[in-house]
Design a protein around this ligand. Structure first.
Ligand SMILES: [Fe+2]
Length: 179
C-alpha cells in the first residue's frame, strides 16, 4: 500500500491472477505500421494514386484508424469533420489551404470537429503516408460548405472488405481489424 503521494503502487513481475472481465474485446496489434513493411495488396485503392491500409475499424465507437498513402500532388479533398481527427505523418508532407501549418514527416496534427479544410499534397512530394485516427465522418463539401458526400468507419470497412475479396484475401480478412 502506498504511504505517500509520490510512491508508486507495487509493480512486481507477476501477471494478473484473476478472472478476465466479461465482454472485453481482444487487443489488436498491427506490426510494421511505421516501416510500412507489409504486402502491397493490403493497400485498398480509394482514388487514382490514393490508397488506405486498415489498422482499426471501431464500429462501436464510430471511428477508424488507417494509413493513407498518396502518390500524386495536388488537391486530395475538401471536407468537414464531425468528430476529432489525429494525424501522424509517416512519409512526405501535406497541408490544408485554410491553415498556415504544415504536416511534415514525423509530426502529429489534431483536427477539431467542425474544421473545414482542403488537403493539398505539394509538388515534389512523390509519396505521402499518414496515420489517421478519424472519429465520426468526413463530409465532403464544395467551397461554400454544401455537402457532396460522406465517409465513415462503415464505408471504409465496406470498401476494404470488397477489395480484400477481390485480391484473394477473402471478404472476412477485414474482420481482424474490427472492434
Ligand atoms: Fe481533415
Amino acid at each position: 500500500m502506498a504511504n505517500s503521494s509520490s510512491d508508486r503502487p507495487e509493480a512486481q513481475a507477476v501477471p494478473y491472477q484473476g478472472e478476465p472481465l466479461p465482454n472485453v474485446p481482444e487487443d489488436l496489434v498491427v506490426p510494421n505500421v511505421v516501416s510500412l513493411d507489409f504486402e502491397e495488396r493490403l493497400w485498398v485503392p480509394q482514388a487514382p494514386n490514393v490508397w488506405f491500409r486498415p489498422i482499426l475499424f471501431n464500429v462501436t465507437q464510430g471511428y477508424f484508424v488507417t494509413l493513407l498513402r498518396v502518390r500524386r500532388s495536388g488537391i486530395l479533398s475538401r471536407h468537414r469533420h464531425t468528430g476529432p481527427v489525429h494525424a501522424t505523418v509517416i512519409r512526405g508532407k501535406w497541408h490544408y489551404l485554410e491553415h498556415a501549418w504544415w504536416a511534415t514527416e514525423g509530426s502529429h496534427a489534431f483536427e477539431p470537429p467542425g474544421d473545414i479544410h482542403t488537403l493539398e499534397v505539394p509538388d515534389g512530394v512523390e509519396e505521402m503516408v499518414t496515420l489517421f485516427h478519424v472519429t465520426g465522418a468526413y463530409i465532403y463539401v464544395d467551397p461554400m460548405g454544401n455537402a457532396l458526400g460522406v465517409e465513415d468507419v462503415f464505408s471504409k470497412l465496406a470498401t476494404a472488405r470488397e477489395h480484400y475479396e477481390k485480391v484473394g484475401l477473402g471478404k472476412n480478412y477485414v474482420d481482424q481489424f474490427i472492434r
